[in-house]
Design a binder for this molecule. Structure first.
Ligand SMILES: [Zn+2]
Length: 305
């Protein structure tokens, strides 16, 4: 089975949190049968946030080291994912890494970036985050970048973005948007989560949603198990997103993990729980990875034969 994960912060952790031990390791990914792990270049917190481009480049250097010296295989399309082989793909979390520049966007496209979370938790050249109480939508400069992103088949990731920006994309972006690491607000009222309407709109536009494993996004008391995580998947399926949902763990970006999924090695426990709930093998395979591959086909990716 092809298993894809659309968000983790291992590059940030390796570069900027030397006191932490990453759980996104080759060993854990192999144990869990992960086919595609998306690794974000994160715009940063504290001092690192003052120069997001440099912060992103530092994480790119770390990635290149892993790729060139530790056997991390880079793909330029999720369609290169294969069962039984661990591969990785790059994304950006926080559009300020681009410094509002088309040239920077083209530069990162060459590095293999295939997904950009337009904001993190700060307003930037593109838009405003969900944590700010604002109804400001996508900015003019943001649309210039978004048009170029569509041309380059780079997914517009709405995780962290505010609702006004989200609906701008639903209504006006030429490509279906996605949410790489977000849960359902109906089950846990965190500002980072998606409302039922947002989930329905993402599904009807052919978008995609990766359920975040962060216990604080999964349940209001901050306690979560594999079962809590599957409740969010269930909820999204009931809203019509069965073909548009998958996994966006946020491993190495979250301080706690649900009981039963503490690392990539334990991701298959989610599929066991879905099977126990009566999901068909076909539905499980979609959630595990095929829904994500099909999303990139809708963006225009083609399988290389
Ligand atoms: Zn995030």
């Amino acid at each position: 089975m092809i298993i894809c994960d659309t968000h983790c912060d291992v590059l940030w952790m390796r570069g900027f949190e030397p006191e932490c031990t990453p759980c996104v390791t080759m060993d854990n990914m192999q144990k869990g049968g992960i086919s595609l792990q998306t690794c974000a270049l994160f715009s940063g917190t504290r001092e690192a946030a003052k120069n997001p481009y440099q912060t992103g480049m530092r994480q790119l250097e770390i990635y290149r080291h892993l790729r060139d010296h530790e056997g991390w295989d880079q793909v330029h399309s999720p369609l290169e994912a294969e069962e039984g082989k661990v591969r990785t793909m790059l994304s950006i979390e926080g559009g300020e890494v681009l410094e509002g520049s088309i040239l920077r966007l083209e530069e990162f496209a060459e590095y293999g970036i295939r997904m950009i979370a337009l904001t993190w938790n700060r307003e930037n050249e593109i838009g405003s985050p969900a944590c700010d109480d604002t109804d400001a939508g996508i900015k003019e400069e943001g649309w210039k970048l978004l048009r170029k992103m569509a041309e380059l088949h780079i997914a517009a990731d709405t995780s962290h973005l505010n609702e006004a920006g989200f609906y701008d994309l639903i209504d006006h972006h030429s490509q279906p948007p996605m949410a790489s690491h977000s849960c359902a607000k109906a089950l846990c009222g965190h500002y980072r989560n998606l409302t039922d309407d947002q989930i329905r709109k993402l599904a009807s536009r052919g978008g995609w949603i990766g359920v975040n494993f962060c216990p604080a996004f999964l349940s209001e008391d901050g306690k979560a198990t594999v079962s809590t995580l599957c409740d969010h998947i269930d909820h999204m399926c009931q809203l019509g997103a069965a073909g548009n949902v998958g996994l966006g763990s946020d491993f190495d970006g979250i301080n706690h993990t649900p009981v039963g999924v503490s690392s990539p090695a334990e991701v298959p426990n989610i599929f066991e729980e879905l099977r126990a709930r009566g999901y068909s093998e076909e539905a499980v395979a979609g959630i595990a990875g095929l829904n994500f591959l099909r999303y990139y086909e809708r963006l225009g990716d083609k399988k290389q034969l």
